[in-house]
Design a binder for this molecule. Structure first.
Ligand SMILES: [Zn+2]
Length: 444
């Protein structure tokens, strides 16, 4: 029976059953529902035609087609895959570095079987088409394994699926490759020599805070130090580091974890996030009792972090004694170095550069995003961090204890060499790392 016939009879279950009935070909492991298929070494699979030949196609192809979509997504470092039906087509997109990239447009006839296949591998109801569904699965590519978070939404054209890809063991970024200016990097490396105190990475969601923390922690020799982390969720697996998953649902939260951790004789502690008073006060206490504590906070500026800790009722004196460094950061799209186009700084930006930097805009250049094969014609490739690093110096301590305003603290920090996020952004526009448009977005 051809798939077309099956579809015409509106019985997708037949297809689903057919796939399930063939364990030797099935790529589902019954215990975990994980896809276990090993990608072949050579890459000579025939191109999937956009239209099925003669309006019929073999349903046995479907697992392979879905597989190919994930394989390609991993190769291209996509964060999400979108399966979007329209009135006469079925479109598949990848989100790469924040941009939507069209992967392939299939004939509408592929919609139901592909969605059914996705439902099977993520243990969702095949015959449910009217309600949203959420599921999980995983996919094993050539060298990488990813977790799949599947979301299905009924739309006017049928079910739309968006799948988030989460790398199981993402590559750790080296501290020197985050994009810190040399003098900022020196400051950070100096504080990593300390034996106690707190180093905080702050910024909104998706600003790369955990990446920064992990790249700092991975500079320590895990065999020499007792390094323990509390995370929700565990993002990177680091050899020789004790990592603990917080699980609030069963009543195991950050404060519980921290109380136990300090009894485990740690040298270095990482607390995934400081969200509440209890965690903040325990983290400060740990930092003051001979531990190097790393954590993140959801604040927008380095100086704003001090205010946040004060709002969490942490004593001024304790803040100045415990906090050593606050790294405020953002993650920005990098302009593709293969196709970027150099141009003179337009006059409208002269004032901005003169106000915020020591750069002479008349002698500097900016870079336009163009688009080429290497960047999927988006003009952007990869990301880079922007950093504003506040060091706890005697003058800053004095201001905090004296109840100075954020603006006063910031002014003093700048006087002592702190580079504001917007200044770092303008520097990176001039050096060709980012476009002026992206730089301006952090100044909003
Ligand atoms: Zn390019």
């Amino acid at each position: 029976m051809s798939l077309l016939d099956v579809l015409q009879k509106e019985s997708e279950e037949v297809l689903a059953k057919k796939v399930e009935d063939k364990p030797e070909e099935s790529i589902i492991s019954p215990a975990t529902n994980d896809i276990q298929i090993e990608s072949k070494e050579e890459d000579v699979k025939p191109e999937i035609s956009e239209k099925p030949k003669g309006d019929v196609f073999d349903e046995d192809e479907i697992p392979e087609i879905v597989d190919e979509i994930f394989k390609k997504a991993i190769e291209m470092h996509a964060s999400d895959v979108h399966f979007k039906p329209t009135d006469d087509k079925f479109e598949v997109y990848y989100r790469i570095d924040g941009n939507m990239i069209e992967h392939k447009v299939y004939d509408r006839i592929f919609h139901n079987p592909i969605i059914a296949r996705i439902k099977i591998i993520s243990s969702l109801k095949i015959d449910e088409h009217r309600l949203p569904q959420d599921g999980k699965s995983s996919y094993k590519g050539t060298n990488k394994e990813v977790d799949l978070r599947v979301s299905i939404l009924p739309t006017q054209y049928g079910e739309k699926v968006v799948i988030r890809l989460l790398e199981k063991n993402p590559e750790m970024v080296n501290l020197r490759d985050l994009g810190m200016l040399p003098n900022i990097l020196m400051k950070v490396e100096k504080h990593l020599q300390g034996t106690y105190g707190m180093i905080l990475a702050v910024g909104p969601t998706g600003s790369g805070k955990s990446t920064s923390l992990f790249s700092m922690i991975s500079t320590f020799n895990a065999e020499e130090y007792n390094i323990s982390t509390l995370e929700d969720p565990i993002e990177y697996k680091i050899p020789n580091v004790t990592q603990t998953q917080i699980n609030v649902e069963i009543g195991f939260d950050f404060p519980d974890g921290l109380r136990t951790l300090v009894r485990q004789d740690p040298d270095i502690i990482m607390v995934g996030e400081i969200r509440d008073k209890k965690t903040a006060s325990l983290a400060v206490e740990s930092a003051l009792t001979g531990h190097l504590v790393f954590s993140t906070l959801h604040t927008n500026t380095a100086t704003g972090t001090i205010q946040r800790l004060l709002n969490m009722e942490i004593d001024r004196f304790l803040i100045t004694a415990a906090v050593k460094l606050i790294i405020s950061q953002r993650l920005i799209k990098k302009v593709c170095s293969n196709c970027r186009e150099k141009y003179e700084v337009p006059k409208k930006y002269y004032e901005l550069f003169k106000e915020q930097t020591d750069i002479d805009p008349q002698k500097a250049f900016l870079y336009k995003a163009k688009g080429c094969d290497k960047c999927n014609n988006t003009g952007y490739k990869g990301r880079i961090g922007l950093f504003e690093v506040l060091e706890m110096t005697p003058a800053i301590e004095e201001l905090i204890i004296g109840n100075a305003s954020n603006a006063e603290i910031e002014a003093q920090a700048v006087k002592e060499g702190m580079i504001l996020l917007k200044k770092d952004a303008l520097y990176k526009a001039i050096t060709g790392d980012i476009t002026i448009e992206e730089a301006l977005r952090v100044m909003l």
